[in-house]
Design a protein. Structure first.
Length: 256
């Protein structure tokens, strides 16, 4: 059986000024700077990447991520940020296709596919988000929705590309709502994602890929969720904004 190292990422969304980011990162370095049982990724807003990068430079266990990027290498795209700009700041991961990007910025699977390709070409590790809405869950369409999103987002890729991709299963109805998927519901969805990947790529690629769960993860529910066999980590929004909440998730879920 393949041993998949857990990966816990904090998505700060549009929160924290640079000063606030420094305080949080200093607290995290004190608490979990030497934690080696999981891969830890912080995704601050673009404006804090440089400051956080500097603070993390002597801390190899905590990596830097971005929340978004543009697919083009450079050009007339006012307000956008390219993969090479992220690389220059030692960013290693980038969240792509978060449901808020899909909902408010009209990103579809084709956009996610182009951005994921551009991220891989720049040697960034994309965290590709998929997940169904509440009406889709209630109509029992979640399997079809996930399959369509995965096929569209990963179109044209092979096992080689997939090896550097992380999938985040984030049911839209659980994001920022305090309504978490039950461990059984989340496990069922993760298992389905692995089946879709097996069908479209290979059994080995599907077995190797890490799939994070995201949606109202807290220090209280993390252990049970992450003890499920196909849940390889968490993408954390609200609870990643304070050091106690985020370290609580990491320690509760990943300490042996
Ligand atoms: C997210 O934004 O990716 C997320 C999962 O948010 P929250 O943890 O606040 O539900």
């Amino acid at each position: 059986m393949i041993n998949r190292k857990k990966i816990i990422a904090g998505n700060w969304k549009m929160n924290k000024t640079q000063g606030e980011a420094r305080v949080l990162v200093e607290d995290l370095i004190r608490d979990i700077g030497k934690f080696d049982e999981a891969e830890i990724v912080l995704c601050p807003p673009f404006t804090s990447l440089s400051a956080v990068s500097e603070l993390l430079s002597p801390v190899p266990n905590i990596k830097l991520g971005a929340q978004n990027m543009h697919e083009a290498a450079s050009g007339a795209y006012t307000g956008e940020i390219s993969a090479s700009m992220l690389r220059e700041l030692y960013v290693r991961y980038v969240i792509i296709g978060h449901s808020e990007r899909r909902q408010y910025f009209h990103e579809d699977d084709a956009t996610v596919n182009r951005k994921t390709k551009a991220a891989l070409a720049a040697e960034l590790r994309p965290i590709v988000c998929v997940g169904e809405t509440l009406p889709e869950r209630e109509a029992d369409k979640w399997k079809d929705v996930l399959e369509t999103q995965l096929k569209g987002s990963l179109a044209g890729f092979g096992d080689k590309e997939l090896a550097d991709v992380i999938i985040a299963y984030e049911p839209v109805w659980a994001i920022g709502t305090g309504k978490t998927a039950s461990p059984a519901q989340a496990q069922e969805a993760h298992q389905w994602i692995r089946e879709v990947l097996k069908k479209n790529f290979s059994a080995t690629a599907a077995e190797k890929i890490r799939i994070q769960y995201g949606g109202s993860v807290t220090a209280e529910n993390a252990k049970e969720l992450l003890s499920m066999p196909d849940i390889d980590g968490a993408l954390v929004g609200g609870a990643s904004l304070d050091a106690r909440g985020f370290t609580g998730i990491i320690k509760n879920a990943c300490l042996k």
